[in-house]
Design a protein around this ligand. Structure first.
Ligand code: NDP
Length: 444
């Protein structure tokens, strides 16, 4: 059995009942095969893959909080610090009832390679809790966030581990956590990113993941001799990533005709109205059923269905495992030429294989959505410098980073005779730098 297969078996045996973590490790290891085989003797002796697939440390903690009726509730919080070979740990916090250790480990593992791909000095971590923010009042969110950070603050710091937002964590939650961190530590430091603009946040951070996704797609299409202008896109999700992917797609001349939430989806043949979407989701904090009030020609459908709509470019921006093999078949038969992952691991492994076999340009999340964490790292830089850059300056740096990421993954795929396979390209390009740093720093 080869080194890669041995390690995958080890991971499955050592981490039972964590299917998302197994899936992420399988995807990464399978595509590292060529790079690992070329250096197998050294990597084996150094235990490199054993070390890479085992988090440096993981915290699981109690989060008691009081709801508006005065009742005490208890959730479970997590932080998994996976690897800091190339910089302080960095990764988002997810608040969603589905959160468990396996999901946080899958996200933390992916984060190592994503952060490496940005070209910036940041290691990989992830955290969150099984708390459901839906339907909670501001005071309940404050109570939860205060309790969550009262434990988490022990393990983080501007040069140690810098959390950010993810599903269910936006500027409001980061603000509440930052306030409590300051109180507990008596220090004002860039310990969290995604902060509000009045207290150390970066312009363009909110937009960064969605904008970055579209910058990468634009560059990839350009290199393939295609123009993004006039292309029809389907997007899933209606949160942070989805909203700003739609906004930038429209600015670049494409047309996005769908979006969704966990209850249903909207089809708007004239193009999603971003102002209406922001009003519904960011201001009213309401459901997509309201969208038709703003756009009478749109239709709302319960359940799943975004991928049934004919498109050139598919952009899953909601959550993991939301594009299945059947969806991939429909996309291919409808003439889709690009699937770029705004969300983390939204496409199942068999669907990815099908898309690659059918020559769809597929970009995995660790490359396609790296603009968010890259801009978080730019926020850390601004905090360290005690400076604020303009929107244009941050956006132009973001664009350059996304263009570089595309060329790095494209080059890595070509170096290993896998031209056009950006799964291989992204994993190898992300891995090489981390492996080099780990080998240089001894055994830890
Ligand atoms: P948000 O919480 O802002 O939005 C998430 C969206 O996805 C909502 O529309 C939500 O619908 C929907 N959704 C969440 N869970 C499910 C589910 N189980 N089934 C169906 N729909 C679901 O999160 P973000 O936009 O920040 O994150 C979206 C994805 O992008 C995640 O995979 C995240 O890890 C990834 N990502 C985010 C980055 C960022 O900067 N924010 C950076 C890189 C990756 P509903 O409102 O009904 O819950």
């Amino acid at each position: 059995m080869g080194y890669v297969d041995e390690i995958y078996e080890l991971v499955v045996n050592k981490n039972p009942a964590e299917p998302e973590f197994h899936q992420a490790v399988k995807e990464v290891l399978d595509s590292l095969r060529l790079a690992v085989d070329a250096n197998e003797a050294v990597y084996r002796r150094e235990g490199l893959l054993e070390r890479l697939t085992e988090p440096d440390r993981q915290f699981k903690f109690k989060v008691p909080w009081v709801d508006d009726s005065g009742k005490v509730n208890v959730n479970t919080g997590y932080r998994v610090q996976f690897n800091n070979a190339i910089g302080p740990y960095k990764g988002g916090l997810r608040l969603h009832p589905s959160v468990n250790l396996g999901i946080i480990k899958f996200l933390g593992f992916e984060q190592i390679f994503k952060n490496s791909l940005t070209g910036l000095p940041i290691g990989g971590s992830k955290g969150g809790a099984d708390f459901d923010p839906k339907g909670k009042s501001d005071r309940e969110i404050l109570s939860f966030c205060t309790s969550f950070i009262t434990e988490l603050y022990n393990y983080i710091g501007a040069d140690i581990d810098v959390p950010a937002g993810d599903i269910g964590v936006g500027a409001r939650e980061i603000g509440y956590m930052f306030g409590q961190y300051k109180k507990l530590t008596h220090s004002y430091e860039g310990v969290l990113t995604g902060k509000g603009l009045s207290y150390g946040g970066s312009l363009a951070r909110k937009e960064a993941t969605g904008y970055g996704l579209m910058f990468l797609v634009e560059e990839m299409l350009k290199c393939a001799g295609e123009d993004i202008k006039g292309k029809v896109c389907t997007v899933s999700g209606s949160g942070n990533v989805a909203t700003y992917a739609i906004e930038k797609a429209h600015q670049l001349g494409a047309k996005v005709v769908t979006c969704s939430d966990s209850n249903g989806w909207v089809y708007d043949p004239e193009g999603i109205d971003v102002a209406a979407l922001k009003q519904i989701k960011e201001i009213n904090r309401a459901r997509l059923t309201e969208y038709a009030k703003y756009r009478p020609k749109s239709t709302y459908h319960e359940g799943r269905g975004v991928w049934s709509i004919k498109c050139d470019i598919a952009l899953p921006c909601a959550t993991q495992n939301e594009v299945f093999l059947d969806d991939a078949k429909t996309l291919v038969s409808n003439g889709c030429i690009v699937l770029a992952e705004g969300a983390n691991m939204p496409t199942t492994l068999d669907a990815v294989d099908y898309l690659l076999e059918n020559k769809v340009m597929f970009v995995p999340g660790k490359a396609a959505n790296a603009g968010g964490v890259a801009t978080s790292a730019l926020e850390m830089t601004q905090n360290s410098q005690r400076l604020n850059w303009s929107f244009e300056e941050v956006e132009s740096k973001l664009k350059q980073i996304m263009v570089n990421i595309f060329h790095n993954i494209d080059d890595a795929a070509k170096r290993y005779d896998c031209a056009g396979n950006y799964v291989v390209g992204a994993n190898i390009a992300g891995f090489e730098k981390v492996a080099d740093a780990m080998l240089a720093q001894g055994i830890y």
